[in-house]
Design a protein around this ligand. Structure first.
Ligand code: FRU
Length: 932
């Protein structure tokens, strides 16, 4: 808003500056006053001189616009011009009338219309004018008369050459002359020539008049040019030189009276000033409302041979001054032009400067505004950022809290698994034995509920996985029809029992789909459980398999004729947080929500249609093909390891049957070769494991981590079973400690945990665990794995032995790094000290920086025999090598490999290789072969 106002202001300022600028330039061109000048003629030098003066004078007044119209001695023309000036509404009218009478009315008209009128040189027959500028023609005529009377000494004949008869100048001059000569009887004007002010007219008309009056003495002409005309008309006539000629005007310059006098043409002229300057002065006064005189009579004088020189000089001076003035005027004009240009430039500069200042101010203003806006924006940003951080913080906290809740929830669920293992194990035991019918029923009830609880726990844990996006699809291609039929089969007994018709309908005999068997099994199991739960006796449960219309999906529908769902239940069927009032109607509510997640993982959809008291239809779709699946989501078959997690009845049954077969676990007479350390904080589970493992192994128990670790170091057992979640030190830490200690690094470790997630397994394996078993587990499965690991260890022993038997280096990647190092170090120490007959296990243990007991146990565990046996074996193997590949004799070899006497060597060699060294050497069996 502010910016808009400022923009308007700037725009306004610009307009103002530019209008000022324009108006300054316009003032330059606007003339304030228009002056119309109606000139009777401008064909003669006198009037030309007048114009020159007027224009010069006008140039001093730039406000004057002087417009001159030439009537060419025509009254009609002049009247027309004056009227035009009137119409033009000139500010002032100057008239130099041709003749007085014809011009008078129009001048009066102008004057009456308020236009100031200045008469010049000649007058009109009225006083309706503002001012008159010119000499007094009567006086000048009189002056001429007096001069001529004097020149002719009071006697003489004269021809008078008249100006235009109707003009006041001619009339007045004539009157003045008459007045001056009336007293001189002998001065006579004998003839008149109508010269009409024009030289040529006078020249033409004069000769005829002269011929009639040749006895004249003087030609009295009303102006200098007519006198010249008369003179020239007498060219070649003696009278030309004898006669005297006078004129009026006395103009300077080559065609003026002064020159005619100097040239001897005229005898005298009477100065009649043009008055241009005075005319403009009067105009100035009138137009500027200054005081002015109506009658402005110009001075006159006589010019003849006596003063012509001075007059000419003065005139020349005036002329040169005028020229000077003109030049200066010209210069001034140029200066004015320059000044105007500069002024213009200045205006432009001022304008630009103003523009720059204004724009600068605007820029500053904008900058400030922007700055303010930026500041405000930054503050807003900060605020938003703070809010965002706050929200993020809150979200984090909420997430943490949620996470903590879920964690707690999951941990609690985990906790259920151990007791469930312990409940189900004995229950299954009891069910397999001969127990009274009543108790069996109870036991079945216990098993059923324990299984239900287990299922719930599993579902909760699956949810946790879904929540943490840890649930991964492990799809493999299988025939879905067969799979569905198999799942349906497990409900057949129930269907029969409750007289419910269970059907699997599929038009296609086989539909191969990529799906995660475990997850689809759970979905189907859940949907069928629901259907059976809400379908009464004699009802129907149908599973329909078909392809979608576009044949891109397979649709599986589980339909029942059960009690149906309310619209609200339908709307929230898959919402895990929805608790219907009648919350029994949808089971725990978890199964359907989880089913939805599982189907979503398959990129499929699940929906429900239900009507109360009519039934419910769940349909889920699975896409065909495998393009929708990620590479890591496709497996060849569901991995075996995964199968150990769910504790399904069948597996448990098998386990228990086996348990039953091994009825006497504690058989004292059996010598047990291997020792197993069980580190488990749960007393029941620890005791359960101990009691069963005792059948085959020596079992040592440890209820917590540190103690367990200590036991491991002290006893160096053959295998360790360790729970992951333990007080003090967890299973992962214990495993890591065991596997990084040379004393225990060879011991296989089985980690037990309820945490059935890949990460935990990876963590466990990274810590060095040999196996990861998730609770609840099948004991038989565990037992088999224990046996397998011990068997592997035995095989490893054979491997080590055979490897060492040949050369002392171990080239295998199978044994653990630390064990390899241990064996290499033992081998190197023995090799280095082989010559020493006193070399003992103590020396080697000291060399290894381990206790003798640990070295002994480790040797036993890895190689199956003692260090001393190993030393003797090494001596013998080296001896065998020397016997084959050296020139040494038997005694030398005996000492070389550290036997105290050749006899002892021979006995030992014979015991080991079943032949004496000498026989061996004699038989020369060739190159030694690698024993595997
Ligand atoms: C010029 C002129 C002058 C004379 C004046 C009288 O046209 O003839 O020679 O003095 O007019 O009006």
């Amino acid at each position: 808003m502010k910016e808009k106002a400022f923009e308007k202001w700037v725009f306004g300022l610009f307009l103002l500056v530019s209008s000022l600028f324009v108006s300054c330039n316009q003032a330059e061109e606007t003339k304030e006053f228009t002056i119309g000048f109606s000139q009777c003629t401008e064909g003669d030098a006198w009037r030309k001189a007048m114009h020159k003066e007027m224009l010069r004078e006008a140039s001093f007044h730039p406000e004057f616009d002087l417009q001159i119209k030439d009537a060419r001695n025509s009254n009609a023309e002049q009247v027309k011009h004056i009227r035009e000036f009137i119409d033009q509404k000139v500010d002032l009218l100057i008239v130099s009338p041709n003749e007085a009478e014809p011009i008078t009315p129009v001048v009066e008209e102008a004057f009456e219309k308020g236009i100031p009128v200045i008469l010049v040189d000649r007058k009109i027959s009225s006083s309706s004018y503002s001012a008159y500028v010119g000499a007094d023609n009567f006086q000048i005529g009189k002056l001429a008369g007096e001069y001529i009377a004097n020149l002719l000494n009071g006697k003489g004949k004269i021809i008078e050459v008249w100006g235009l008869k109707g003009t006041s100048a001619a009339v007045e001059r004539h009157r003045g002359f008459q007045e001056a000569t009336k007293n001189f009887q002998d001065i006579q004007v004998v003839a008149e020539v109508e010269g009409e002010w024009e030289k040529e007219v006078a020249k033409k008309r004069f000769p005829a008049v002269f011929q009639k009056q040749p006895q004249i003495d003087l030609v009295f002409a009303h102006n200098d040019v007519m006198a010249l005309g008369a003179y020239e008309s007498l060219q070649g006539h003696p009278a030309q030189q004898q006669l005297k000629f006078t004129g009026f005007d006395g103009l300077a310059g080559p065609n003026g009276g002064l020159q005619f006098i100097e040239d001897g043409i005229l005898d005298a002229t009477f100065l009649y000033p043009t008055g241009g300057e005075e005319i403009m002065q009067s105009a100035y006064n009138i137009l500027h409302n200054r005081p002015y005189q109506k009658e402005n009579i110009l001075n006159t004088t006589v010019i003849d041979g006596r003063n012509v020189h001075i007059m000419k000089q003065q005139a020349n001076k005036i002329l040169s001054q005028e020229e000077n003035i003109n030049r200066q005027q010209h210069k001034i004009n140029e200066q004015i032009k320059i000044y105007n240009n500069q002024r213009m430039l200045l205006y432009i500069l001022i304008g630009s400067l103003t523009g720059v200042v204004v724009l600068g101010a605007y820029a500053l203003y904008s900058l400030r505004l922007r700055h303010e806006t930026n500041r405000a924006l930054m503050a807003k940003n900060r605020e938003i950022l703070e809010q965002r951080n706050e929200i993020a913080e809150m979200a984090k906290k909420a997430e943490k809290a949620n996470e903590a809740k879920l964690k707690f929830f999951t941990n609690v669920s985990h906790e259920f698994r151990t007791p469930l293992t312990l409940i189900l194990g004995p229950v299954e035991d009891a069910l397999q034995s001969n127990i009274p019918m009543g108790l069996k029923k109870d036991m079945l009830l216990v098993r059923q509920n324990a299984m239900r609880l287990l299922k719930l726990v599993n579902q909760l844990m699956d949810f946790r996985k879904v929540e943490r996006k840890k649930m991964r699809l492990q799809a493999s291609e299988s025939d879905l029809v067969r799979f569905v039929e198999e799942v349906a089969q497990s409900f057949e007994r129930l269907a029969r029992k409750r007289h419910i018709q269970l059907k699997v309908i599929s038009r296609l005999r086989e539909i191969n789909v990529y799906f995660d068997k475990d997850k689809v099994d759970k979905v189907l199991f859940n949907l069928l459980s629901n259907s059976f739960k809400f379908t009464r006796e004699n009802g129907k449960v149908t599973i329909l398999l078909e392809l979608s219309e576009d044949r891109n999906h397979v649709l599986v529908t589980v339909e029942d004729t059960g009690k149906g769902m309310t619209p609200a239940q339908v709307a929230n069927a898959f919402d895990r947080f929805y608790t219907a009032e009648d919350n029994t109607s949808l089971g725990t509510g978890l199964g359907l929500a989880l089913s939805k997640e599982f189907i979503k993982l398959h990129h499929g959809e699940i929906s429900v249609v239900s009507k109360e008291r009519e039934g419910t239809r769940f349909t889920f779709s699975l896409p065909l093909g495998k393009e929708h699946l990620k590479e890591e989501e496709i497996v060849l078959e569901t991995p075996k390891a995964e199968q150990n997690a769910p504790l399904v009845a069948g597996v448990l049954d098998a386990d228990l049957e086996l348990f039953n077969g091994q009825s006497a676990p504690e058989n004292a007479s059996v010598v047990k070769e291997h020792t197993i350390l069980v580190i488990e904080d749960n007393k029941e589970l620890r005791e359960f494991l101990s009691s069963r493992l005792m059948a085959d192994f020596n079992v040592v128990e440890a209820p917590q981590g540190n103690y367990g670790l200590q036991q491991a170091f002290d006893l160096v057992p053959d295998l360790i079973i360790c729970d992951v979640t333990l007080p003090q030190k967890n299973g992962l830490e214990i495993t890591a400690a065991l596997k990084t200690d040379v004393r225990t690094s060879h011991i296989p470790v089985i980690l037990l945990t309820a945490k059935d997630s890949l990460e935990y397994k990876i963590d466990g394996i990274q810590a060095g665990a040999d196996l990861y078993v998730t609770k609840p587990f099948s004991y038989l499965y565990l037992l088999e794995r224990v046996k397998g690991l011990i068997r592997n260890r035995e095989l490893l022993k054979v491997y080590y032995n055979s490897a060492i038997a040949v050369d002392t280096k171990v080239h295998t990647s199978q044994p653990k790094q630390l064990d390899k190092k241990f064996i290499n170090e033992v081998a190197a120490l023995v090799e280095q000290n082989l010559q020493n007959p006193d070399l003992s296990a103590n020396d080697i243990a000291a060399g290894l920086g381990m206790s003798r007991v640990h070295v002994y146990r480790k040797m036993k565990a890895l190689l199956g025999y003692s260090l001393n046996d190993y030393i003797v074996n090494s001596r013998l193997k080296k001896a065998r090598h020397l016997l084959l590949n050296s020139q040494m004799n038997i005694s030398e070899i005996a000492y070389e490999v550290g036997f105290s006497s050749p006899a002892y060597f021979s006995t030992a060699f014979k015991n080991h290789f079943n032949m004496s060294p000498s026989d061996f050497k004699a038989s020369k069996p060739g190159k030694e072969k690698k024993t595997v």
